[in-house]
Design a protein around this ligand. Sequence first.
Ligand SMILES: Cc1ncc(COP(=O)(O)O)c(C=O)c1O
Length: 378
Amino acid sequence: MSIESMVDHSRAETLRVLSHVQDLRTPSVVYSRHALTTAAQGLSDAVSAVFGSRGAVAFSTKCNPRTEILEQLAAEGCSFIAAWPRDVQHLLRLGVPATSIFWSGPLKRATDISAMRRARIVPVVESPSQFASVLLGCAEPGDHDVIGIRLHFTERSRFGVTIEDLSPHLRSVKAHGISRVGFQVHGLAGPWPPPCAHWAERAAAANRGHELADKFGLEVAFVSLGGGLPEPSEPAREAYMEAALPYLAAAHQVMSPVPRVLVEPGRFLVQWSGTMVASVVDVRHRRDAVHVILDLSFTSLASPTSTELAPVLLADGDRGPDRDLLFVGPSDFHGDLLCRAAGPVPNAGDLVAFPRVGAYQEAFAAHRAEPQLRIVTI
Ligand SMILES: Cc1ncc(COP(=O)(O)O)c(C=O)c1O
């Protein structure tokens, strides 16, 4: 990857986004409402094309629980999958209806279970041991009660209940007086981007869950096909639609019957909406490379995003021949290493932007920005 040769779309989009920011100071994250809306609409187009009115988009809030993002996605008609009760409470305070919120976190404390039930939020059971506490918190169930169940169908997942273990749990759900269940089939596939066939596997797992639910006389209220969609290389509505379609179609082809279907992406929706902007605070010529020290760092160690970091140097004038550059955060420590890129050597004071970092990164960056990270929404 080279700064100069990086994808034109990223560079063009970065310059377009930053041209809307007055008084650009660093370190900052610039969120683009337009990019978010484009992603939500493109995905919604794909979901409707494949599943018609039975399909819906649910944003995985752990990917970015920033208020502006949740509000914007709610305005676009998205539902939400929240891992933490505080995210659920946040969504309720923003006016998102309980019917559009699912609670699927691995930690389910008794007090949270009661609070979620009072708020009529559907809990998704993520392990066999969670059934007892969720059912206990569901005394005198009513028609509104639905229990979601995450299915363990891929070796790469640590979560869920296997199909082989499912029957006794469905029996106890039924015995408890609950008549509706939902299935969540999120799981990682291995290499990135995941093969579409993995979505067919998800749908097959949901079918098997559905068959068993039928046996116990339980209605299947929803199937959530999970997240992990690879976002397109350009932030255009049609590009989002085209990126998602093969995955959804692969699932649809296998799914029988088709209940209410959710897709629950995180990064697919928000990745393009976030651009981080840093200042070069120092340039150190070292034996291995030229170290470009920035006033901002985020995580390349945890690598939670699907996109390779592609820095855009926001500087005019001749900067000399390309060199091997290492972009590092303010502590110049190996955990702060952002990326390696070939490009002209910047000067202290130049600005560097990192497009496509709207997913997962802000929370990490907040701890590694000096001065404090500034958030701008355009
Ligand atoms: C249950 C669940 N759903 C959806 C997602 C979103 O995944 P992605 O950001 O890959 O779309 C995650 C992310 O970890 C998850 O755990």
